[in-house]
Design a protein around this ligand. Sequence first.
Ligand SMILES: Cc1cc2nc3c(=O)[nH]c(=O)nc-3n(C[C@H](O)[C@H](O)[C@H](O)COP(=O)(O)OP(=O)(O)OC[C@H]3O[C@@H](n4cnc5c(N)ncnc54)[C@H](O)[C@@H]3O)c2cc1C
Length: 466
Amino acid sequence: MLHDAHGFWIAEAGSPEVLPPLDGDRRADVVVIGGGYTGLWTAWHVLAADPEAEVVVLEAGRCGHGPSGRNGGFVTGVDLSLPALRREYGDAAAEAWAAAARETVDAIGEWCEAEGVDAWYRRGGELVVSTAPAQDGVGADAVAAAPAHARTDGPSVLAQTPQEARARCDSPVFRAGVFVPAAATVHPARLAFGLRERLLARGAHVYEGSRATGMRPVPEGVAVRTAGGEVRARIAVLAVNAASGGLAPLRNRLTVSSSHIVCTEPVPDVIEQLGWDGGEAISDGRALLHYTRTTRDGRIVFGWAGGRMAAGARTGGRMEVDHRVIAQVRADLLRFFPQLAGRRIEHAWGGPIDVSPTHRPAIAGLRGLPAWAAFGYTGNGVGPAQLFGRTLAALALDRRDPVTRLPFVDPPPRRVPPEPLRIAGAALIRRALVRKEAAEEAGGRPDPLTAGVAALPRLLGLHIVR
Ligand SMILES: Cc1cc2nc3c(=O)[nH]c(=O)nc-3n(C[C@H](O)[C@H](O)[C@H](O)COP(=O)(O)OP(=O)(O)OC[C@H]3O[C@@H](n4cnc5c(N)ncnc54)[C@H](O)[C@@H]3O)c2cc1C
């Protein structure tokens, strides 16, 4: 098994040639910091709205080599969060967000089609399924809250009996669940690299190996510094995902944890035996969820959001590859699919997750600077980053677009405790959750102390599930 932070997707897609770093000073209309989906979609939408705009993208490493190029590839909306969104923002705003997110799932497929980017887009829907009695009822509130005619698909969330769930994928641990039609899967690296290539063709100036080291206000707007030079622009967009947690203005808006994935050798016979031919993206009802999908070349990709917390929101190291977590993911894969016993795991990798205390991403203005930042995807950024890119582009260009009025733009800030309290508390709660959910899956109950600690986030008003 290859433990490699870049994982299967980047290996399969083959990295494009590295672009030269920023060398000298230059001007732009919009400077985007970060070349993952958020930054690339922002640049794309700026140029789509104003083809004459000068857009600079500064990427510390290589575009798409962060989580954007190595995630699970689930393209999802927020239908499962609709009950919580309704409570937080009221019916109209919540439904507007859910409708925009649903449209985004389709928009990514339409973009791939229109731009000739073969990102393995497959609109197979999302199955969320209980795999233990403690998870029963997962998604039931979303079925009740679902608009009846969300789109031509009919209801946006459908209840699934155990038989219906197992007809989609015949795992012995699947119980009842829910199905969300408006969801898809992609090959994450092909999407990221395709975006980068199309952006270059449209005239964006993309600099790799160009870490932004500072921002300051200047008469024409904002100046962003790298080791090689400075970009002065009217406005900046900060799209650095988990690295946001290391920046002073956003330090208390998120914590950083990790998620890890294993990928099998091609197993078309097992996929056929499971009857898993609909391309469904599947996750379970845990708080620290498992997620799994098939690939076009007949593999099973399986991930778990149960990695460790990062002290001080530092990325790298065990956030990228954690052998202990990978061993657990491998064991969990076999629990879902015992048919895979004896089959090879060819790749294993991980990446940092920017966890927001509300479980929702946000776009916020940076005080004292003409700059917007997007952060807090909490492991669900593939679809939302496209919507955020559209929103950030409209904000950067000061254009009217209904998406800029959605509740994720400048929501009231929710803060996480400062370090070292944050890492100590979060790590304790996370370990309790891991123990609790493992005990429940084994058919037992957690001890009272574990159950009490695992319940803390709910008691503190922190959202740690959908
Ligand atoms: C293992 C794993 C599985 C996941 N699975 C899913 C999934 O199935 N579905 C889903 O919706 N989401 C998933 N996610 C989350 C998803 O990948 C992210 O939410 C999404 O990619 C965020 O995109 P981004 O552009 O904001 O961030 P990134 O992809 O992290 O891009 C940020 C970029 O900024 C760069 N950068 C950082 N600091 C600087 C700086 N100072 N200057 C310049 N550049 C800088 C980084 O090098 C990086 O390239 C998963 C994440 C992981 C780790």
